[in-house]
Design a protein around this ligand. Structure first.
Ligand code: URA
Ligand code: SF4
Length: 197
């Protein structure tokens, strides 16, 4: 494990910078390969994640794993994290102040992993990172902000009660890894949306 990533992990585990530290069981640092070409960013830890201290280990995580497997990718090959690292009570959406306070950890993860592309999962991450809304309009598209590429898709939790959305998530994840293959082969990929800072 990379030393900077390990330090960051420890800092997250001990963090008390926002009120979510008061109600969490465990902080949930990002997890996965230091060498990953892609970083997945979800919303916030849920109940299972809070109990186990690992991201996407509950039902939504299973959906994400299945979509990855379907694209021929195993979870250990990628890096998965969240906009905030501690569970909001009753799984409410993390507040702006919580997201802003936690953002430095996300920034550091991006600096350390240097992903070729960041996969934004769902509206909270989309709003937080790119200032976007209406994920259903933007999903499946490639964005760019400050020279970083982003791929936008729905949150895996959205597929739990909607069979149709499983196909959408699977299709998007397959496209994401096709784009990554193209990037690795030095090809230019077309940008659908430029996000301003
Ligand atoms: N949902 C998220 O957004 N993140 C997790 O880690 C688990 C569920
Ligand atoms: Fe710290 Fe982020 Fe947890 Fe808040 S959510 S206590 S900023 S790690």
């Amino acid at each position: 494990m990379d030393l900077n990533l390990e330090t960051l992990r420890q800092n997250v585990i001990e963090c008390t910078k926002c009120d979510l530290c008061k109600t969490r069981t465990n902080a949930v640092p990002g997890k996965g390969s230091f060498n990953s070409d892609v970083m997945f960013i979800g919303e916030a830890p849920g109940r299972n994640e809070d109990l186990q201290g690992e991201p996407f280990v509950g039902v939504a995580g299973k959906k994400l794993s299945l979509a990855l497997e379907n694209a021929g990718i195993s979870r250990d090959e990628v890096y998965i994290t969240n906009t905030v690292k501690c569970r909001p009570p009753d799984n409410r959406v993390p507040s702006k102040i919580e997201r802003d306070t936690c953002q430095e950890y996300l920034q550091k993860e991006i600096e350390i992993i240097k992903p070729k592309i960041i996969c934004v999962l769902g509206n909270t991450a989309f709003g937080s990172i790119l200032g976007g809304t209406e994920i259903t309009k933007f999903r499946g598209k490639v964005g760019r902000k400050e020279n970083q590429l982003y791929f936008i898709t729905i949150h895996p939790a959205a597929t739990i009660y909607n069979q149709g959305l499983i196909e959408v998530l699977e299709k998007d994840i397959k496209k994401l890894f096709e784009l990554i293959r193209e990037l690795k082969n030095g090809k230019q990929i077309s940008i659908d949306i430029e996000f301003s800072t």
